[in-house]
Design a protein around this ligand. Structure first.
Ligand SMILES: [Zn+2]
Length: 169
C-alpha cells in the first residue's frame, strides 16, 4: 500500500522518532508500504516519520528498484562509523521541488536490526553513505534544509512558507 508522504512543516517530520520494540506483522507491513511508497515516488530513501509513523526505521534503494537485491531496510539504526566528506546536490521526498548541496560523510557504517529483530550492519560509500545519513537525520527530525546555513536555508524555508500560505503545499 502506498502511503501519503508528509511534507516539510508537518509536526511528525520534526520530532525525534521512538525505537521499535515490537517486531510483528504490523512492522513488516509498515516496511513493505514504505518500500512501495519510495519506489512509487520515486526516491532513493524513505524514513517512517515521512509517512507519519514516529518509529526509528527507514528504507533505501540507491537503484530505485532498477536492480533487485538493493533494498536496505534498517530498524533502530545507529552509526558505527562516519568518515570523509562529500558535497553533492540532494533532495527529499518531503521537500518536493527543492535541492541543495549538502556536506555528508563519504563513507558510513550503520548497524541496526532487520524486520525480524536480527542484528544487521550496512556499509555505504558515496550515494549510499549520503542516503544513510539523510535517513538517519529524519529519525531525529532533521531535514536536509536544516543542515544548510544562512541564506541558502532561508530561501527554501521562505518559499515553502509561501507555498503553504497559498495552499499549494
Ligand atoms: Zn528525506
Amino acid at each position: 500500500m502506498i502511503r501519503p508522504i508528509l511534507r516539510y512543516g508537518e509536526s511528525a517530520l520534526h520530532g525525534r522518532a521512538r525505537p521499535v520494540t515490537v517486531f510483528d506483522d504490523e512492522l513488516r507491513a509498515l516496511l513493505r508500504d514504505m518500500a512501495q511508497t519510495m519506489y512509487a515516488a520515486p526516491g532513493v530513501g524513505l524514513a517512517a516519520p515521512q509517512v507519519g509513523v514516529p518509529l526509528r526505521a527507514f528504507v533505501i534503494d540507491v537503484t530505485v528498484g532498477r536492480r533487485p537485491g538493493n533494498l536496505v531496510e534498517v530498524v533502530n539504526p545507529e552509526f558505527v562509523l562516519q568518515e570523509g566528506l562529500q558535497m553533492e546536490e540532494e533532495g527529499c521526498l518531503s521537500l518536493p521541488g527543492f535541492n541543495a548541496t549538502v556536506v555528508r560523510p563519504a563513507r558510513a557504517i550503520v548497524k541496526g536490526q532487520d524486520r525480524h529483530g536480527h542484528e544487521i550492519t550496512f556499509e555505504g560509500t558515496d550515494l549510499l553513505a549520503r542516503a544513510l545519513q539523510h535517513e538517519m537525520d529524519h529519525l531525529d527530525g532533521t531535514l536536509f534544509v536544516d543542515r544548510l546555513r544562512g541564506i541558502k536555508r532561508d530561501v527554501i524555508v521562505r518559499k515553502v512558507q509561501k507555498l503553504r500560505r497559498s495552499g499549494k503545499w
